[in-house]
Design a protein around this ligand. Sequence first.
Ligand SMILES: [Mg+2]
Length: 294
Amino acid sequence: MAITTRVVNADMRNWVFVRVETDQPGLYGWGEATLEWKTQAVVGAVNDLAPLLVGRDPRDIEQAVRILKKHSFWRLGVIGMSAVSGIELALWDIFGKWLDQPVWRLLGGKVRDRVKVYTHLGLGDMRAVYETLETEPLVRRASEVVATGYRALKAVFIPYSHYHAPLVEVDKVGRLMEALRKTVGPEVEIMVDFHGRPASASTALAYIDALAPYRPMFVEEPLPPGETGALAQLVAKSRVPIATGERLIDRPEFDDLFRARAVDIVQPDICHCGGLLEARKIAAMAEAVSVGVA
Ligand SMILES: [Mg+2]
Protein backbone atom coordinates (compact mmCIF):
# COMPACT_ATOMS: atom_id res chain seq x y z
CA MET A 1 0.00 0.00 0.00
CA ALA A 2 1.39 3.41 -0.98
CA ILE A 3 -0.18 6.52 0.53
CA THR A 4 0.37 9.99 -0.94
CA THR A 5 -1.39 13.37 -0.85
CA ARG A 6 -2.48 15.97 -3.40
CA VAL A 7 -3.05 19.60 -2.39
CA VAL A 8 -5.48 21.67 -4.44
CA ASN A 9 -5.73 25.47 -4.29
CA ALA A 10 -9.45 26.04 -3.64
CA ASP A 11 -9.42 29.86 -3.22
CA MET A 12 -8.89 31.15 0.32
CA ARG A 13 -7.92 27.64 1.44
CA ASN A 14 -6.51 24.33 0.22
CA TRP A 15 -8.19 21.00 -0.26
CA VAL A 16 -6.11 17.98 0.81
CA PHE A 17 -6.77 14.65 -0.90
CA VAL A 18 -5.27 11.31 0.09
CA ARG A 19 -4.49 8.69 -2.54
CA VAL A 20 -3.99 5.08 -1.46
CA GLU A 21 -2.57 2.71 -4.03
CA THR A 22 -2.71 -1.07 -3.74
CA ASP A 23 -0.41 -3.68 -5.25
CA GLN A 24 -3.21 -4.57 -7.67
CA PRO A 25 -2.60 -2.56 -10.87
CA GLY A 26 -5.19 0.19 -11.34
CA LEU A 27 -6.80 -0.32 -7.94
CA TYR A 28 -6.51 2.83 -5.85
CA GLY A 29 -8.75 5.01 -3.69
CA TRP A 30 -9.22 8.68 -2.87
CA GLY A 31 -10.15 10.24 0.45
CA GLU A 32 -10.34 13.81 1.68
CA ALA A 33 -8.46 15.23 4.68
CA THR A 34 -8.95 18.96 4.14
CA LEU A 35 -8.23 20.94 7.30
CA GLU A 36 -8.43 24.63 6.55
CA TRP A 37 -5.23 26.61 7.12
CA LYS A 38 -3.36 23.52 8.35
CA THR A 39 -2.41 22.01 4.99
CA GLN A 40 1.23 21.16 5.61
CA ALA A 41 0.46 19.73 9.05
CA VAL A 42 -2.11 17.29 7.62
CA VAL A 43 0.14 16.33 4.70
CA GLY A 44 2.93 15.68 7.21
CA ALA A 45 0.62 13.60 9.41
CA VAL A 46 -0.43 11.45 6.45
CA ASN A 47 3.26 10.90 5.59
CA ASP A 48 4.02 10.03 9.23
CA LEU A 49 1.17 7.51 9.48
CA ALA A 50 1.57 5.89 6.06
CA PRO A 51 4.35 3.41 7.01
CA LEU A 52 2.04 1.82 9.61
CA LEU A 53 -0.14 0.38 6.84
CA VAL A 54 2.57 -0.84 4.45
CA GLY A 55 2.06 -4.52 3.63
CA ARG A 56 -1.48 -4.67 5.05
CA ASP A 57 -4.70 -5.54 3.26
CA PRO A 58 -6.57 -2.28 2.46
CA ARG A 59 -9.91 -4.07 2.85
CA ASP A 60 -9.37 -4.48 6.60
CA ILE A 61 -10.58 -0.96 7.26
CA GLU A 62 -11.46 -1.22 10.96
CA GLN A 63 -8.08 -2.79 11.65
CA ALA A 64 -6.30 -0.06 9.69
CA VAL A 65 -7.98 2.70 11.73
CA ARG A 66 -7.12 0.98 15.01
CA ILE A 67 -3.49 0.62 13.93
CA LEU A 68 -3.27 4.26 12.87
CA LYS A 69 -4.74 5.41 16.19
CA LYS A 70 -3.01 3.02 18.58
CA HIS A 71 0.34 2.18 17.01
CA SER A 72 1.26 5.83 16.58
CA PHE A 73 1.24 6.04 20.41
CA TRP A 74 0.46 9.72 20.95
CA ARG A 75 -3.17 10.73 20.87
CA LEU A 76 -4.19 12.14 17.53
CA GLY A 77 -5.57 15.65 17.62
CA VAL A 78 -7.62 17.22 14.87
CA ILE A 79 -4.62 17.16 12.48
CA GLY A 80 -3.91 13.47 13.04
CA MET A 81 -7.57 12.48 12.97
CA SER A 82 -8.10 14.36 9.70
CA ALA A 83 -5.18 12.38 8.26
CA VAL A 84 -6.70 9.10 9.52
CA SER A 85 -10.08 10.15 8.09
CA GLY A 86 -8.63 10.81 4.64
CA ILE A 87 -6.87 7.44 4.62
CA GLU A 88 -10.00 5.64 5.89
CA LEU A 89 -12.20 7.18 3.19
CA ALA A 90 -9.67 6.13 0.52
CA LEU A 91 -9.79 2.55 1.86
CA TRP A 92 -13.58 2.54 1.41
CA ASP A 93 -13.12 3.79 -2.14
CA ILE A 94 -10.74 0.88 -2.78
CA PHE A 95 -13.13 -1.65 -1.20
CA GLY A 96 -16.05 -0.37 -3.29
CA LYS A 97 -14.01 -0.53 -6.49
CA TRP A 98 -12.72 -4.00 -5.63
CA LEU A 99 -16.30 -5.24 -5.19
CA ASP A 100 -17.61 -3.05 -8.02
CA GLN A 101 -20.25 -1.68 -5.65
CA PRO A 102 -21.05 1.84 -4.44
CA VAL A 103 -19.82 2.44 -0.89
CA TRP A 104 -23.29 3.39 0.38
CA ARG A 105 -24.44 -0.16 -0.39
CA LEU A 106 -21.57 -1.62 1.63
CA LEU A 107 -22.64 0.49 4.60
CA GLY A 108 -26.09 -1.07 4.78
CA GLY A 109 -27.78 0.17 1.64
CA LYS A 110 -30.02 3.17 1.19
CA VAL A 111 -32.36 4.39 3.89
CA ARG A 112 -34.17 7.09 1.88
CA ASP A 113 -35.07 7.64 -1.74
CA ARG A 114 -34.72 11.42 -1.45
CA VAL A 115 -32.59 13.62 0.79
CA LYS A 116 -33.19 17.31 1.35
CA VAL A 117 -30.03 19.32 0.80
CA TYR A 118 -28.91 22.84 1.64
CA THR A 119 -26.20 25.13 0.38
CA HIS A 120 -24.21 28.01 1.76
CA LEU A 121 -24.88 31.52 0.54
CA GLY A 122 -22.63 32.10 -2.45
CA LEU A 123 -23.07 28.62 -3.92
CA GLY A 124 -19.43 27.73 -3.36
CA ASP A 125 -18.02 31.27 -3.36
CA MET A 126 -16.11 31.33 -0.09
CA ARG A 127 -16.33 35.13 0.18
CA ALA A 128 -20.07 34.87 0.88
CA VAL A 129 -19.19 33.39 4.26
CA TYR A 130 -17.39 36.58 5.20
CA GLU A 131 -19.15 39.25 3.16
CA THR A 132 -22.80 38.84 4.12
CA LEU A 133 -22.77 40.96 7.26
CA GLU A 134 -24.98 43.63 5.69
CA THR A 135 -28.59 43.36 4.52
CA GLU A 136 -28.02 43.96 0.79
CA PRO A 137 -25.44 41.21 0.08
CA LEU A 138 -27.21 38.84 2.48
CA VAL A 139 -30.64 39.01 0.83
CA ARG A 140 -29.18 39.21 -2.69
CA ARG A 141 -27.18 36.03 -2.22
CA ALA A 142 -30.13 34.31 -0.52
CA SER A 143 -32.37 35.20 -3.47
CA GLU A 144 -29.81 33.71 -5.86
CA VAL A 145 -29.72 30.47 -3.85
CA VAL A 146 -33.51 30.13 -3.74
CA ALA A 147 -33.74 30.91 -7.48
CA THR A 148 -31.62 27.81 -8.20
CA GLY A 149 -34.19 25.63 -6.44
CA TYR A 150 -32.72 25.11 -2.98
CA ARG A 151 -35.23 25.06 -0.12
CA ALA A 152 -32.66 25.30 2.68
CA LEU A 153 -29.65 27.58 3.13
CA LYS A 154 -27.01 28.36 5.70
CA ALA A 155 -25.73 31.84 6.49
CA VAL A 156 -22.95 33.29 8.67
CA PHE A 157 -23.65 36.78 10.02
CA ILE A 158 -22.96 36.66 13.76
CA PRO A 159 -20.17 39.04 14.86
CA TYR A 160 -17.14 37.95 16.85
CA SER A 161 -18.12 38.81 20.43
CA HIS A 162 -16.42 38.50 23.79
CA TYR A 163 -18.39 38.02 27.01
CA HIS A 164 -20.98 40.62 26.13
CA ALA A 165 -23.26 41.03 23.12
CA PRO A 166 -23.51 44.78 22.41
CA LEU A 167 -27.12 45.88 21.96
CA VAL A 168 -26.44 47.43 18.54
CA GLU A 169 -24.99 44.12 17.34
CA VAL A 170 -27.92 42.12 18.73
CA ASP A 171 -30.39 44.45 17.03
CA LYS A 172 -28.45 44.22 13.78
CA VAL A 173 -28.51 40.41 13.89
CA GLY A 174 -32.29 40.57 14.42
CA ARG A 175 -32.73 42.94 11.47
CA LEU A 176 -30.56 40.77 9.18
CA MET A 177 -32.53 37.65 10.08
CA GLU A 178 -35.85 39.47 9.62
CA ALA A 179 -34.76 40.63 6.14
CA LEU A 180 -33.56 37.11 5.27
CA ARG A 181 -36.85 35.49 6.34
CA LYS A 182 -38.90 38.09 4.42
CA THR A 183 -36.78 37.44 1.32
CA VAL A 184 -36.99 33.63 1.26
CA GLY A 185 -40.44 33.16 2.84
CA PRO A 186 -41.60 30.43 5.23
CA GLU A 187 -40.97 27.49 2.88
CA VAL A 188 -37.18 27.84 2.93
CA GLU A 189 -35.26 26.58 5.96
CA ILE A 190 -32.58 28.93 7.29
CA MET A 191 -29.63 27.71 9.34
CA VAL A 192 -27.37 30.24 11.04
CA ASP A 193 -23.77 29.14 11.60
CA PHE A 194 -22.19 31.06 14.50
CA HIS A 195 -18.70 29.62 13.77
CA GLY A 196 -18.17 29.62 17.54
CA ARG A 197 -17.81 33.42 17.56
CA PRO A 198 -19.52 34.28 20.88
CA ALA A 199 -17.26 33.72 23.88
CA SER A 200 -19.94 32.82 26.41
CA ALA A 201 -23.33 31.14 26.68
CA SER A 202 -25.05 34.40 27.61
CA THR A 203 -23.55 36.20 24.59
CA ALA A 204 -24.66 33.40 22.27
CA LEU A 205 -28.12 33.40 23.83
CA ALA A 206 -28.55 37.13 23.18
CA TYR A 207 -28.03 36.52 19.44
CA ILE A 208 -30.18 33.37 19.44
CA ASP A 209 -33.03 35.30 21.06
CA ALA A 210 -32.75 37.93 18.30
CA LEU A 211 -32.96 35.19 15.62
CA ALA A 212 -35.71 33.11 17.24
CA PRO A 213 -38.81 35.11 16.10
CA TYR A 214 -37.82 34.36 12.49
CA ARG A 215 -37.67 30.61 13.11
CA PRO A 216 -34.24 29.34 12.04
CA MET A 217 -34.10 25.56 11.60
CA PHE A 218 -31.07 25.50 13.93
CA VAL A 219 -28.10 27.55 15.02
CA GLU A 220 -24.71 25.93 14.52
CA GLU A 221 -21.64 26.12 16.79
CA PRO A 222 -23.01 28.94 18.96
CA LEU A 223 -19.90 28.41 21.10
CA PRO A 224 -16.39 27.18 20.26
CA PRO A 225 -16.12 23.38 20.07
CA GLY A 226 -15.39 21.59 23.33
CA GLU A 227 -17.22 23.97 25.68
CA THR A 228 -19.68 21.29 26.65
CA GLY A 229 -20.91 22.72 29.97
CA ALA A 230 -21.69 26.11 28.44
CA LEU A 231 -23.39 24.39 25.50
CA ALA A 232 -25.59 22.41 27.89
CA GLN A 233 -26.70 25.68 29.52
CA LEU A 234 -27.50 27.04 26.09
CA VAL A 235 -29.48 23.99 24.99
CA ALA A 236 -31.59 24.28 28.17
CA LYS A 237 -32.40 27.95 27.49
CA SER A 238 -32.48 28.29 23.72
CA ARG A 239 -35.76 28.38 21.79
CA VAL A 240 -33.82 27.38 18.66
CA PRO A 241 -32.30 23.88 18.26
CA ILE A 242 -28.52 23.79 18.74
CA ALA A 243 -26.28 21.98 16.22
CA THR A 244 -22.57 21.31 16.72
CA GLY A 245 -19.88 18.68 16.15
CA GLU A 246 -18.13 19.36 12.85
CA ARG A 247 -14.96 20.33 14.73
CA LEU A 248 -15.07 17.47 17.22
CA ILE A 249 -12.96 14.36 16.74
CA ASP A 250 -13.24 10.81 17.98
CA ARG A 251 -15.97 9.24 20.07
CA PRO A 252 -15.07 10.46 23.57
CA GLU A 253 -15.65 14.08 22.52
CA PHE A 254 -19.06 13.21 21.15
CA ASP A 255 -19.81 11.05 24.19
CA ASP A 256 -19.20 14.10 26.43
CA LEU A 257 -21.66 16.08 24.37
CA PHE A 258 -24.37 13.44 24.59
CA ARG A 259 -23.91 12.75 28.30
CA ALA A 260 -24.21 16.49 29.05
CA ARG A 261 -27.31 16.80 26.83
CA ALA A 262 -25.46 19.65 25.14
CA VAL A 263 -26.69 19.24 21.56
CA ASP A 264 -29.93 18.83 19.60
CA ILE A 265 -28.41 18.01 16.20
CA VAL A 266 -24.91 16.54 15.97
CA GLN A 267 -22.74 17.05 12.90
CA PRO A 268 -19.86 14.55 12.75
CA ASP A 269 -17.63 15.36 9.76
CA ILE A 270 -16.35 12.22 8.06
CA CYS A 271 -13.18 14.08 7.02
CA HIS A 272 -12.23 14.80 10.66
CA CYS A 273 -13.99 12.43 13.07
CA GLY A 274 -12.05 9.36 11.90
CA GLY A 275 -13.92 8.38 8.75
CA LEU A 276 -17.09 6.54 7.83
CA LEU A 277 -16.91 3.82 10.48
CA GLU A 278 -16.40 6.35 13.26
CA ALA A 279 -19.22 8.52 11.95
CA ARG A 280 -21.53 5.49 11.95
CA LYS A 281 -20.66 4.77 15.57
CA ILE A 282 -21.22 8.41 16.55
CA ALA A 283 -24.57 8.41 14.73
CA ALA A 284 -25.61 5.29 16.65
CA MET A 285 -24.69 7.01 19.93
CA ALA A 286 -26.77 10.04 18.91
CA GLU A 287 -29.76 7.88 18.02
CA ALA A 288 -29.64 6.27 21.45
CA VAL A 289 -30.14 9.67 23.15
CA SER A 290 -32.65 11.11 20.63
CA VAL A 291 -30.17 13.54 19.09
CA GLY A 292 -30.50 14.29 15.38
CA VAL A 293 -27.60 13.75 12.96
CA ALA A 294 -26.89 16.12 10.08
MG1 LIG B 1 -20.15 25.08 10.38
